[in-house]
Design a protein around this ligand. Structure first.
Ligand code: NAD
Length: 418
């Protein structure tokens, strides 16, 4: 990976690419390229040995024109202010492309969670939740999980918020465990939309996803669920990876079995039923029909894109392809289903969770999955509609054309205050 793109600059360049096709003033577009506000805070937390730890944390509220800010909280040593700003922008256009009444936000703590005990992580999370409490709320800003956070952290944040505010408000955060007000289908939602969108793209190309070979980069929540669901559609998952490396089997891996192995050993490397171990770059350049990047940003830059052999890429991760990479892939007619649509299942089922929390009335998994299927299908149709209408170079620009217009419409109807 030679080109280390700044994700915030990537976001802004994606907006510029789409703006060229929209009848929207430069001043309005400029407004849509920056967050409305960003909290930067230093958390002081007592560690198990009695010393004090300091952790820098961020929450970016990018745009609230279409509804409360919405987006996950990431724990990672490489979290930066610009990364959080970019992720909050992508959330804005993600909620818009799937047309749910929410805006965009994102948070992160600079921390390597593997270095801390569960008790320390709870104190770190509760310290951040206390800082966030004045700015979040069921109608203000609704966080969710992201990389290295999950139901456990969401439950702690909900409990901290409810204790400070002396209320019961499960809808203040999504991605909770079922017993704490979570939704059926939320854990699988990101992988599910990644696969629904891929299936739609294969249909659009007149191909059947059941005949596809698939490689998946990253075997966490988004990656492993994508592998499992694409396998259920009949496709053959030939390679998967995590930060330890990649495993390959030409005849197909068993997604569930690889997951059980990773649960046991902590990584996919060493999985016995693999023909070969590969590097992550080798996985990304395999000759497969479908590639699912499900790890972190900037996995595919211009140099690596030149070697990509997949026909379709469905972005489970946020920002896995740099703008330079996008250009190279478009030149090779690789169909890229952009993150803001492909992984929008996570935020869409978070929205369903919020709706159920507010109604205090819970849906079945079948209902959740059927509603998700309809929303991703409609979003894909809106995307291909814009792609054909403007004769665009790629699906990403089409997704931004649709979503920016939706944010602009809401902004212009509201006007400016004061
Ligand atoms: P996760 O922490 O569960 O999994 C991340 C996986 O990526 C792990 O298996 C890790 O080992 C692997 N990984 C890290 N660096 C890697 C590398 N260089 N090469 C290969 N693998 C690597 O996180 P997740 O929730 O699955 O999120 C993955 C991506 O999906 C992120 O970009 C996240 O923003 C995006 N996403 C997640 C959700 C969600 O609901 N979980 C929703 C939308 C988008």
């Amino acid at each position: 990976m030679s080109e280390e793109a700044n994700p915030f600059e990537s976001l802004q360049s994606q907006i510029d690419d789409a703006a060229a096709y929209l009848d929207v003033g430069d001043d309005v577009i400029e407004r849509l390229k920056h967050p409305e506000r960003v909290l930067e805070t230093n958390l002081t937390v007592e560690l198990d040995d009695g010393s004090l730890g300091r952790f820098k944390a961020f929450r970016s509220q990018f745009n609230g024109d279409r509804g409360p800010y919405k987006g996950g909280i990431r724990y990672h040593p490489n979290v930066t202010r610009d990364e959080v700003k970019a992720l909050s922008g992508w959330m804005t256009y993600k909620t818009a492309i799937v047309d749910i009444p929410l805006g965009g936000g994102k948070g992160g703590i600079i921390v390597d969670p593997s270095q801390y005990s569960e008790a320390e992580l709870e104190r770190i999370t509760r310290a951040f939740a206390a800082e966030l409490t004045p700015m979040i709320g069921v109608d203000k800003d609704i966080p969710a999980p992201d990389v290295n956070t999950g139901q456990r952290e969401m439950n702690w944040i909900k409990d901290t918020y409810e204790t400070i505010e002396d209320t019961t408000e499960p809808g203040v955060i999504t991605g909770k465990a079922l017993d704490s007000g979570g939704s059926e289908g939320r854990v699988e939602a990101t992988g599910r939309s990644t696969v629904i969108a891929a299936r739609e793209a294969f249909d659009y190309l007149g191909r059947d996803i059941a005949d596809a070979t698939v490689a998946v980069q990253g075997y966490g929540n988004a990656g492993w669920i994508s592998a499992k669901l694409v396998e259920e559609l009949g496709a053959t998952v030939v390679a998967v990876s995590d930060s330890s490396g990649a495993v390959y089997n030409e005849a197909g891996l068993d997604a569930r079995d690889v997951k059980a192995f990773k649960n046991e050993t902590g990584s996919v490397s060493g999985y016995a039923d693999a023909d070969e171990e590969l590097t992550n770059d080798e996985l990304l350049t395999l000759d497969v029909d479908l590639l699912i990047p499900a790890a972190l940003e900037n996995a595919i830059d211009a140099e690596l894109a030149a070697d990509v052999k997949a026909d379709v890429i469905s972005e489970a991760a946020n920002g896995p392809i740099t703008p330079g990479g996008d250009e190279v892939l478009a030149g090779k007619d690789v169909v890229v289903i952009p993150d803001i649509l492909a992984n929008a299942g996570g935020v869409t089922v978070s929205y369903f969770e919020w709706v159920q929390n507010r109604q205090r009335f819970y849906w079945t998994e079948e209902k959740v999955n059927a509603e998700l299927e309809a929303i991703i299908g409609d979003a894909f149709d809106a995307l291909t509609g814009a792609y054909e209408e403007h004769d665009l170079e790629n699906f990403r620009t089409a997704a931004y054309v649709v979503s920016i217009q939706r944010v602009v419409d809401a902004f212009e109807e509201a006007g400016t205050f004061p």
